[in-house]
Design a protein around this ligand. Structure first.
Ligand code: PHE
Ligand code: ZN
Length: 864
């Protein structure tokens, strides 16, 4: 076989190829002799033949060399085993054996941050999805559930704290300044949930008494200096534990629950059994360095990882095609938790904005895949907005169709039936059917078909009969590998409003199940206004024939907060898209709606701030057949200016009135900050001469990062001496704190400024920029590639910068490199010149020898 051809074609793994494991591993004993330069791992696996076959034992390995292999205590000769694609193959005669292996690792040289690695003086692990095979030889698949006993030894001065999954059993001192600890996890788990941490850590300790009276010791472990920044995370943890008991009847099951924060981490956090490991950005928060969004992020991610203890750990995934089984459901759970902790209306608006910004583009591009994919080359590429956020929407639709009681009957049945098992998405749906008494046959298509459905709604009214006809139709666009689609079951919540009395004729959930369907409403005297997809009941794009006047009506009177927000957004989209397309629509409706919203005393500040915000440049791009980044920017900028100028006294007044007195995290205080920032934004957009100075004053005098960073961002969009001063002051004040310095990079990369692309190039060479820290990479290049106007600079410079970064990062950290590819893959949505420039960069990446599987898969698919 040609070696180059093999490297160029990573194997495709298919869902249909699933087979039960040949061998099970009921028990595992691991012995780590830890050292950053040279760690040894001795593993003893109790293996049991699964079924009648004579296939050898295959233990996955990635970069491992077996220094010793023993079976039932006897050392094997080199002739008795062999390696195949990194895996250790052992022919075994009997039904059950003990297999022992010894390997060496160099954690300090592990820059991929998968397996055992060093981060800021700590040693820690990351195993999901396939990192355990970088630690020891093992059948690395989630349907192998084992009981783990772990012994760790390390230098006591450098690594005084030794943590692993489960409960601590024993510890002691050894020779030469070393010490050791043993931890036991009584719950059988897949190896992707294995974790250990060694380091010099301090602990925020607390406790939680569960509903059955179990006393759980809670610990959040961080660098000593960071201890004061862990209080919010601890509150969130205790609230999550109480919430899962109250809402799902799920109780924590070990005596200890530990969380560790690390500075270098590929994703947000990891739900390892009893030992969650977090990207420090989702643990550490204080008013001086964390924005309200950061605080909410901490709360949401702490909850997410905690909730995985049931939705993910107690019930895990049979194979990685079922990833959304744990992720979609757990996102749904954390969304509802956060809504309960704050505002349901605002949380829903934020979640839909995230879905539209991250998942809709994925679903309409070359990387579109179903919530339950059929194939992959590299599973790390499938930790996507589709698996997570669209997956959560699927659970939400089922919850809506069932109603709260039957939904919880379904989830109870799911947990009871599958506790201790590795389950499938199908198992979840069946539990909903059986527990909730519903037929979800057609609904299953949501797991199978990719692409965002488009629902068209045409409303007509017959004054003579008092009858309203609503014709709904659906189109599911073709996606890679799925040219034709079947109609799906789509729950659409609607209401009809009387124009005069503003009364709601009644809320209804319509089930759209065919390509086209007619729904009739009786006794409606005058032509009503249609409110549709209320609460964003289905993750679809809705096209309606509603007039600007109807949208204005809804933006002032709809009693569903999401629909009210949505009407306002649509009003704005219509104006902007009309403008860009050369068919101007009267802007005054937008200005009036913004004014109405601002002065409505019944609305809370957080909602107002969401409602008056213009749709993002990227969202506007998504509404156009061919994205014109410059025209979008100009039109949006002009409308912003007009809203700013026409309502200037209101902005001024609000900005002064909403000045916070002292920092608080109450919903009212958070809402006030959000609205105050919006007011500053429009005030500066108005062009008022004192705009930059006002922004600088806010920047300078803020007692919290929410107002400080917003002011910096507003200044960074413009050209003023205050801009230069604020950027400098921010750097000097925060350059020693990595998470806050990330904000400095990110804010500049997000700036809607004509020079952003050059600035980003410069920042990539800044002494504080490093490719070794994923947060830093995302702060600069991740933010930049999400800045439509800057990234799509007509020169193509933006594409080259991101491609350069991908090429430089791939040998260091392929997972993080691969996640920078999707923005380049959206070339079909742009004009011919830009498309060619983007394709050229993708080609350039592809021609790099030795490309990782991660980047290769994303680039290849992006070129199709
Ligand atoms: N399972 C983690 C979560 O969603 C995400 C993750 C995946 C973290 C892979 C690290 C590696 O909670
Ligand atoms: Zn998760």
């Amino acid at each position: 076989m040609d070696i180059h051809a093999a490297a160029a074609s990573p194997a495709v793994i298919r869902r249909s190829d699933y087979r039960v494991p040949d061998w099970l591993v009921p028990d595992v004993t691991l012995d780590f002799d830890l050292d950053p330069a040279l760690t040894t791992v001795r593993a003893k696996l109790a293996v049991a033949r699964n079924g009648g076959h004579d296939r050898p034992l295959r233990l996955d390995g990635d970069g491992l060399v077996p220094l010793e292999v023993k079976v039932d205590g006897r050392s094997l000769t080199q002739a008795e085993w062999h390696l195949e694609a990194g895996a250790l193959i052992l022919p075994l005669p009997g039904a059950a054996h003990e297999v022992e292996t010894l390997v060496e690792l160099a954690p300090e040289r592990n820059s991929k941050l998968m397996g055992l690695y060093a981060s800021g003086g700590l040693l820690c692990t990351q195993c999901e999805a396939e990192g355990f095979r970088r630690i020891t030889f093992f059948p690395d698949r989630p349907d192998i559930l084992s009981r783990y006993s772990v012994r760790m030894a390390a230098d006591k001065a450098c690594f005084p704290i030794l943590l692993a999954n489960g409960d601590p059993v024993e510890q002691g001192d050894g020779e030469d300044g070393r010490h050791w600890a043993i931890w036991n996890d009584p719950y059988p788990k897949p190896c992707y949930l294995f974790a250990l941490v060694a380091g010099d850590l301090s602990c925020n300790r607390d406790r939680f008494v569960t509903m059955s009276g179990r006393d759980v010791q809670l610990g959040i472990w961080v660098k000593d200096a960071d201890l004061p920044r862990t209080t919010h995370a601890m509150e969130a943890l205790k609230n999550s534990m109480a919430w899962d008991e109250r809402v799902y009847g799920r109780e924590y099951d070990l005596n200890v629950f530990n969380i560790v924060a690390v500075a270098d981490f590929n994703f947000g956090a990891m739900e390892n059994k009893g030992l969650n490991i977090f990207n420090s950005r989702y643990i550490l928060a204080d008013p001086d360095t964390a924005t309200d969004i950061d605080y909410d992020g901490v709360e949401g991610v702490v909850a997410h990882e905690y909730f995985h203890n049931w939705s993910g750990n107690r019930v895990t995934c049979r194979d990685w095609f079922q990833l959304s089984l744990k992720e979609g459901f757990t996102v749904f759970r954390d969304q509802n938790f956060s809504a309960d902790m704050g505002s349901h209306a605002v949380k829903r608006i934020e979640d839909v904005r995230i879905l539209r910004a991250g998942q809709f583009p994925e679903d309409s591009g070359p990387l579109a895949h179903p919530v339950r994919p059929e194939s992959y080359m590299e599973i790390s590429n499938f930790y996507t907005a589709t698996i997570y956020n669209k997956g959560a929407e699927l659970i939400r639709m089922m919850a809506l169709m069932l109603g709260p009681e039957r939904f919880h009957a379904g989830t109870d049945l799911y947990f009871d039936r599958h506790d201790g098992q590795a389950a499938t998405c199908e198992d979840f749906v069946r539990a909903m059917e059986d527990g909730g008494n519903i037929d979800l046959t057609q609904f299953r298509l949501w797991y199978e078909q990719a692409g965002t459905p488009r629902v068209r709604a045409l409303l007509s009214h017959d004054a003579a009969t008092g009858r309203v006809n609503l014709v709904l139709s659906q189109i599911i666009p073709p996606t890679p590998g799925q040219p034709e689609k079947r109609p799906m079951a789509i729950p659409i919540r609607v209401a009809l409003f009387d124009r005069e009395s503003r009364a709601n004729h009644g809320d209804e959930t319509l089930m759209l199940t065919r390509s086209e369907q007619r729904f009739t409403f009786q006794n409606v005297a005058t032509a009503p206004v249609l409110s549709i997809n209320r609460g964003f009941s289905a993750p679809v794009i809705v096209d309606t024939n509603r007039s600007q006047a109807d949208l204005a009506f809804l933006s002032a009177h709809d009693d569903d907060p999401f629909a009210r927000y949505e009407a306002m957004q649509q009003l704005m989209v219509n104006v902007l898209v009309g403008q860009i397309g050369g068919q101007p629509v009267d802007e005054s409706a937008v200005v009036d709606a913004v004014r109405q919203t601002l002065i409505d005393p019944a609305l809370d500040s957080a909602f107002v701030a969401e409602a008056i915000r213009l749709p993002s440049e990227a969202y506007l791009g998504d509404q156009m057949p061919i994205v014109d980044p410059d025209a979008i920017h100009d039109a949006r900028d002009a409308l912003q200016h007009r809203i700013g100028a026409e309502l200037e006294p209101l902005w001024r007044d609000m900005h002064a009135r909403l000045r916070a007195n002292s920092f608080s995290l109450s919903p009212a205080a958070k809402g006030a900050r959000k609205l105050r920032n919006a007011a500053l934004h429009y005030l500066v957009a108005s062009g008022a001469a004192d705009g930059p100075l006002t922004a600088f004053e806010q920047f300078d005098s803020a007692d919290n990062m929410t107002e400080r960073q917003a002011a910096l961002g507003i200044l960074a969009n413009g050209e003023s001496p205050e801009r230069i001063a604020a950027v400098d002051i921010f750097y000097n004040r925060y350059c020693a704190d990595a998470l806050t310095l990330d904000k400095w990079f990110q804010t500049q990369a997000f700036a809607l400024h004509p020079d952003t692309v050059d600035l980003v190039e410069k920042l990539g060479r800044h002494k504080d920029f490093t490719l070794n820290n994923p947060n830093r990479v995302r702060a600069l290049y991740g933010a930049f590639s999400g800045n439509q106007w800057a990234f799509h600079h007509r020169s193509g410079k933006g594409y080259r910068l991101v491609a350069d970064c991908i090429l430089a990062l791939d040998p260091i950290n392929p997972q993080t490199a691969a996640r920078l590819v999707p923005p380049l893959g959206r070339w079909k949505r742009f004009d011919a010149q830009r498309a060619a420039l983007m394709q050229a960069q993708l080609q350039r990446i592809l021609s790099q020898p030795g490309l990782s599987k991660d980047v290769m898969e994303q680039v290849r698919k992006s070129l199709d």
